[in-house]
Design a protein around this ligand. Structure first.
Ligand code: DON
Length: 538
């Protein structure tokens, strides 16, 4: 079963499973395919995280292929001559790009955990790029709306628009010949094609042309890292998630620990008390995120303390069920130490029960907007996930401090939260989402909806969601909550804002009573959960 944000890529994953590939083979194939079918987010010019569960041994591994800051990156590189944050440089153009990690991450995962030959899993994406894919309504709309931004870069305009910058219409065929060639090089030569060979040369040439920092040394230094997963428990279920530089795993476990101290099921889904409790738990967690989370290779992240039941108990004791806190009264917690120091997601499960989850991103849609001429893909703008200046929020309104400042070779803090939930050793669900800061809270609500509110995966995915992130001090709600619930929340002191936007896009697989399950969030178009034998191409 493969659940991804694009039907044609879910089909590629299902096709690889049908050819005898395992979950990792299917995840690698789906990842390359999404770079073709969902170029707004699927990528080879970005980075991300993979969680792998090996059913036979019961082992879980976290593969970190987050982008790294180029070797010439410096702490104050996004400040102007007055010491103020330049609002554009970390978000758009060449300086916004971190060293991509996707190809290295997928290669590493395949070398260590895959079964089928590498070229076989890269081939379907190459075919899609070469033969073309039908332009979806959603892609056509995005390209039409953002033409000024994307066509500011000649290569991006050339790759995703017809001659003269004319947007594609839905159902037109988008052929990506340069990307097909890039994928062919990757299929034939493996990871070195990207970091040392022909593709590296094209990236470096574009960086030199546009004043970016990614050079040969930065590309050669890129390494994916295997890290220990973050573990927690919630009402008898085992939670397995991504460690830092993801903030998601730590804070989902932290919030579940807080929620466990309250009768969430009894409060009921969508009730004012239930939403108030979620908001207060979120406020506390995002305050901690601002100070304690960063790249663990550069900052000693207090994972054990943040995910401990004891700390959750202290936090839970501060929650008043009648009255909202004010975020200005909430500061990040202080760890009691003996010395005073201190974007798209898809999920795969194979017939043996192995799981591979990938949350990867180029940050904004079409990333930095800079395409690599000749190579056919856009580069990320992940550098905006660093803190350009302490106290100044990033594009998702997230606050941060020194721990997440820019440094050469460092990975920016992420909200991407691939997660697995087990009951007595059996997988119950595995999921993740895009959405920037709402990723963490979307995944949290999926788990609460399933465990506390006894919803099935589809109900739990589609139920309206809310979000609080400490600052701005307000609850954001999707449509679907009742006006009297909103009034009750306001009476407790919350500011409630209904957003026309949809929060996240959960792509979930699961297993229950001998049946493999899949649920793809319809908040974003074209998503599909497909099992081998059920794809249109078979
Ligand atoms: O890693 C992060 O937290 C962000 N760069 C994710 C961006 C994202 O999810 C945008 N998608 N909607």
């Amino acid at each position: 079963m493969v659940a991804s944000q694009n039907r044609w890529s879910s089909e590629v994953g299902a096709e690889i499973l049908a050819q005898g590939g395992n979950a990792v083979d299917a995840a690698v194939a789906t990842g390359f395919s999404l770079a073709v079918t969902l170029p707004r987010a699927g990528n080879i010019g970005g980075g991300g995280f993979m969680l792998v569960h090996d059913a036979a041994s019961g082992e879980d591994v976290a593969i970190d292929f987050r982008e790294m800051a180029p070797v010439r990156a410096t702490r104050d590189m996004y400040l102007d001559e007055n010491g103020d944050v330049d609002p554009t440089r970390s978000k758009f153009g060449h300086l916004a790009a971190g060293v991509p990690g996707t190809v290295a991450g997928l290669w590493h995962a395949h070398q260590k955990y895959g079964k089928l030959p590498w070229a076989q899993v890269v081939e379907p994406a190459m075919r899609q790029a070469r033969d073309g894919i039908p332009v979806s309504y959603d892609m056509a709309l995005l390209l039409t709306r953002n033409k000024t931004r994307y066509c500011a870069n000649e290569a991006t305009c050339g790759y995703f628009y017809k001659p003269g910058g004319v947007p594609y219409a839905p159902n037109d065929t988008l052929v990506q010949s340069d990307l097909a060639h890039t994928l062919e090089l990757i299929a034939e030569q493996g990871v070195d094609a990207f970091y040392k060979g022909e593709i590296a040369e094209l990236i470096i040439a574009e960086m030199e042309r546009g004043g970016g920092l990614i050079d040969a040394a930065s590309l050669a230094a890129y390494k994916p890292v295997e890290r220990d997963v973050v573990r927690g428990t919630y009402r008898g279920y085992d939670i397995v998630s991504m460690p830092p530089p993801s903030s998601g795993g730590v804070h989902i476990v932290q919030m579940l620990n807080v929620l466990e101290r309250f009768p969430v099921a009894q409060l009921g889904y969508g009730s004012a008390d239930g939403l108030h409790l979620l908001a207060e738990a979120m406020r506390l967690a995002y305050a901690d995120r601002s100070q304690h989370l960063a790249d663990p290779d550069y900052y000693d992240v207090p994972v054990a303390w943040l995910t401990s039941k004891e700390y959750a108990q202290q936090l839970a004791a501060t929650i008043d069920m009648e009255q909202a806190k004010r975020s200005e009264d909430v500061a990040p917690g202080v760890e009691p130490r003996p010395e005073g120091i201190d974007t798209t997601h898809y999920s795969v499960i194979d017939a043996d029960g192995n799981v591979a989850l990938v949350n990867y991103t180029i940050n904004f849609s079409f990333g930095s907007g800079v395409a690599v001429p000749g190579a056919g893909f856009v580069l990320n703008n992940e550098m905006d996930d660093f803190v350009a200046k302490p106290g100044v929020a990033n594009a998702f309104g997230l606050m941060g401090g020194e721990a997440n400042a820019v440094a050469a070779g460092k990975r920016p803090l992420s909200s991407m939260s691939p997660i697995m939930v087990f009951k007595d050793g059996d997988l119950r669900l595995a999921s993740g989402s895009p959405g920037g800061s709402v990723i963490i809270t979307s995944v949290l609500q999926l788990i609460v909806n399933v465990i506390d509110h006894d919803m099935n995966l589809a109900e739990a995915t589609l139920a309206p969601r809310m979000h609080h992130q400490w600052y701005p001090d307000r609850i954001i709600i999707e449509s679907g909550f009742s006006p009297d619930t909103v009034r009750l929340l306001e009476a407790k002191g919350h500011t409630v804002m209904q957003t026309p936007n949809k929060m996240g896009s959960l792509q979930t697989v699961g297993y229950r009573d001998g049946t493999f399950l899949g649920a793809s969030d319809t908040r974003r178009p074209n998503a599909a959960a497909i099992a081998p034998g059920n794809s249109q191409t078979q």
